[in-house]
Design a protein around this ligand. Structure first.
Ligand SMILES: Cc1cc2nc3c(=O)[nH]c(=O)nc-3n(C[C@H](O)[C@H](O)[C@H](O)COP(=O)(O)O)c2cc1C
Length: 320
């Protein structure tokens, strides 16, 4: 049987991959088949923030199919938010069970729930009979230990899920250490669900290792690798020759700057947002440390713009 084509999904990165980023990204780069939006926390009816819904509204996301993600452990609030997302047209939603931050996890949300299979079981039982959307889950191997997943898989097997996106680290590992490929392989073998691999795909070599090791896995989610190298998905799919990289990156940057400029009123917000991207993108250029430092230190729009223009004009080499 012929293999299905590889699917590459842009990972949710709170503070980075919002609707502005997703649209600008899709205008400049190819290879990404869809995106998962950064999490929306559950909120009761009274607290619903329309800006969070606007981020995922299908009419604002025409260039890249986007699945909304919800973070929370209150079934009633989850069902309410899922309903609003369904009203907007979202047939698919995702539940965040991976967020590693103590502030979130200590309240039994995100990866904090992974230690409590019985709570996940009760939540899915209530939620899946109360929503009209289909659900996927984004998980880690556990909160404290990678063995936690062994008790979670039978719980997930009880319910219909679109798929399971697994980032094979524990919550307390945050982003330290190597993703555990053995544990990913075992989990995907033991589960009846389809798995999506997520974690540390940064270049063709790291992707090929996974493809060779897991020939049956056809979906991959990439986050930081796409911020560091926006050409990554098209390179992995052999879509573009990779010429004019610097001018394409400059156009992307300028478009992003304009997009955020239209949203943020003060310079601090705008420059702060752009510096976040430079933190990932900048180190992918060779010999640009000094100019990158200038960008990361700039506090006025004019200085920022000047340094960014110098950066692209000064004959850079990108990841070569
Ligand atoms: C700054 C940042 C923000 C993130 N925000 C989210 C989020 O909103 N929802 C989520 O499920 N994961 C979030 N993640 C985790 C990523 O989606 C992804 O699982 C992780 O970065 C590993 O994939 P990567 O190595 O391809 O980046 C975030 C990660 C980072 C670094």
């Amino acid at each position: 049987m012929e293999k299905s084509p590889v699917r590459i999904i842009l990972a949710p990165l709170q503070g980075f991959t919002d609707v502005t980023f997703r649209n600008v990204f899709a205008r400049h780069f190819s290879g990404v088949d869809g995106a998962m939006a950064p999490f929306i926390p559950t909120m009761g009816k009274k607290k619903l923030k329309l800006s969070r819904l606007n981020d995922v509204a299908p009419e604002n996301n025409k260039s890249l199919f986007t699945i909304p993600q919800i973070l929370g452990n209150n079934a009633e609030d989850f069902i309410f938010l899922a309903g609003r997302l369904h009203d907007l047209g979202h047939r698919k939603i995702n539940w965040n069970l991976g967020c590693p931050y103590a502030k979130v996890a200590n309240k039994n949300r995100g990866s904090g729930l992974l230690m409590h299979p019985e709570k996940i079981d009760a939540f899915l039982d209530t939620v899946l009979s109360g929503i009209s959307n289909t659900l996927s889950v984004k998980i880690r191997l556990g909160r404290q230990s990678k063995n936690e997943i062994q008790k979670l898989l039978p719980v997930f097997d009880k319910y219909p899920l679109d798929e399971i996106i697994l980032h094979p680290r524990t919550g307390i590992q945050m982003y330290e250490g190597a993703p555990d490929h053995d544990a990913f392989g075992e989990a995907s073998r033991l589960s009846r669900h389809s798995f999506v691999y997520n974690g540390d795909i940064t270049d063709p070599a790291s992707f090929q290792v996974l493809q060779k090791r897991f020939p049956d896995i056809r979906s991959f989610m990439i986050g930081r690798g796409l911020l560091s190298n926006p050409f990554l998905a098209e390179t992995l799919k052999g879509l573009q020759a990779g010429k004019n990289k610097i001018s394409r990156l400059k156009d992307f940057h300028d478009d992003l700057f304009q997009g955020y400029g239209a949203i943020y009123s003060g310079p601090a917000h705008l420059i702060g947002r752009m510096k976040g991207f430079w933190g990932y993108l900048g180190p992918s250029f060779r010999g640009k440390d000094k100019l990158l430092k200038h960008i990361l230190k700039s506090e006025s729009i004019n200085r920022y713009k000047g340094f960014a223009a110098d950066f692209f004009a000064s004959g850079s080499e990108f990841l070569s």
